[in-house]
Design a protein around this ligand. Structure first.
Ligand SMILES: Nc1ncnc2c1ncn2[C@@H]1O[C@H](COP(=O)(O)OP(=O)(O)OP(=O)(O)O)[C@@H](O)[C@H]1O
Length: 321
């Protein structure tokens, strides 16, 4: 799999797009390092698909600039198209063809010599656990198989940047995990992935960096851990062996601790960083108290989304399409 020579596989500045008087992208900036997974996270209608369509040269922006795989999306659209793969909501699978025929069709579209096309199709069927299914028409496939075939078709042309638009929407938990595993392997091969999702756990699980998109604006960006640290709700939970230790610890720590005498626990607000943990343990040490158990609770991405946007994340209604 070719690795993009540019250090950044995607660079976007000031991207804007309106449909009539509806502003869909309100000047977004993004930088995605080559060989990483970057997640654009946002609720239904936030503008994720529009951003992908523009970067994939399927639509044009009203303003702003973008480079994908080192090429300008306006001036070098042809090169961009040759370097990318797009899958997800634009599923390219033809239900009347078998899995294998779908792959061979992609090989033709990529102008591969027949032999090379057959070789790649066979390799992909194997890799995506579709060898048997490959002889059957795709209309008989389950949702998970269809998504796997769709992604396999994207890989026929060996893209260096892949846009995965909501790759697991509507899949059952097992198929989602299979998909996640496949996505991780792709990146291990050096591919760059821009993943759009409205599933917070998906971004948390896969992405090196996450940008939270809300009403066409990026309201936060960072690693999952960074985003979690930015919001309140994190705490360290300490459990003690007996009431005496609990009492001594509460006295030593002071401040806004929540104490549960029955469970023998203390909850200390904190971001879970190494430094804050060390300070906490030092304080207990100084008071000669030993905690039996220590657990760090970081807020999940649902908390993050709520804190950043002021409204809850609403899963798509037709999630089981
Ligand atoms: N061709 C179009 N004409 C008019 N409005 C559009 C068009 N395409 C998208 N929109 C609107 O732009 C907004 C953003 O849509 P977009 O599909 O980019 O969002 P999204 O974050 O990908 O959501 P989803 O999860 O539903 O795919 C929506 O309000 C949508 O109705």
């Amino acid at each position: 799999m070719p690795i993009s020579h540019a250090r950044n596989a995607i660079e976007v500045t000031g991207l804007r797009k309106s449909y009539g008087d509806k502003l869909v992208l309100d000047g977004i900036d993004l930088t995605v390092r080559a060989g990483t997974i970057f997640s654009l996270l946002g609720p239904n209608g936030a503008g994720k698909t529009t951003a992908v369509e523009i970067l994939a040269t399927l639509k044009s922006a009203d303003a702003g600039r973008a480079h994908v795989a080192g090429y300008d999306i306006d001036a070098q659209a042809q090169q961009v198209r040759a370097a990318i793969g797009v899958t997800g909501q634009f599923a390219a699978v033809d239900g009347y063809l078998t899995g294998e025929e779908n792959l061979l069709l992609m090989a033709d579209l990529n102008h591969l010599p027949q032999r090379e096309g057959r070789r790649r199709a066979a390799g992909l069927l194997e890799r995506f656990d579709l060898v048997e299914a490959g002889k059957k028409v795709a209309s008989t496939y389950s949702g998970g198989m269809r998504r796997r075939l769709d992604l396999a078709m994207t890989l026929v042309g060996r893209p260096s940047v892949i846009f995965l638009d909501e790759p697991t929407t509507g899949l059952d938990p097992r198929s989602r995990h299979t998909m996640w595993q496949i996505i991780r392997h792709l990146v291990a091969d050096g591919v760059t992935i821009l993943l759009t999702t409205q599933y917070l756990d998906e971004a948390d699980e896969l992405a090196d960096r996450i940008a939270v998109l809300d009403h066409g604006r990026i309201v936060a960006e960072g690693s999952a851990a960074e985003l979690k640290r930015r919001i309140p709700g994190g705490h360290v939970s300490l459990r003690f062996a007996d009431p005496r230790a609990l009492h001594a610890a509460a006295g030593a720590i002071g401040g806004a601790v929540a104490r549960d005498d029955e469970a023998l626990t203390l909850q200390v607000p904190g971001d879970g960083s190494f430094r804050s943990l060390r300070a906490l343990i030092d304080r207990l040490d100084d008071a000669g108290v030993e905690a039996g158990e220590l657990a760090v609770h970081t807020p999940d991405l649902d908390d993050v989304f709520f804190a950043l946007t002021g409204h809850a994340h609403e899963p798509q209604k037709e999630a089981l399409r």
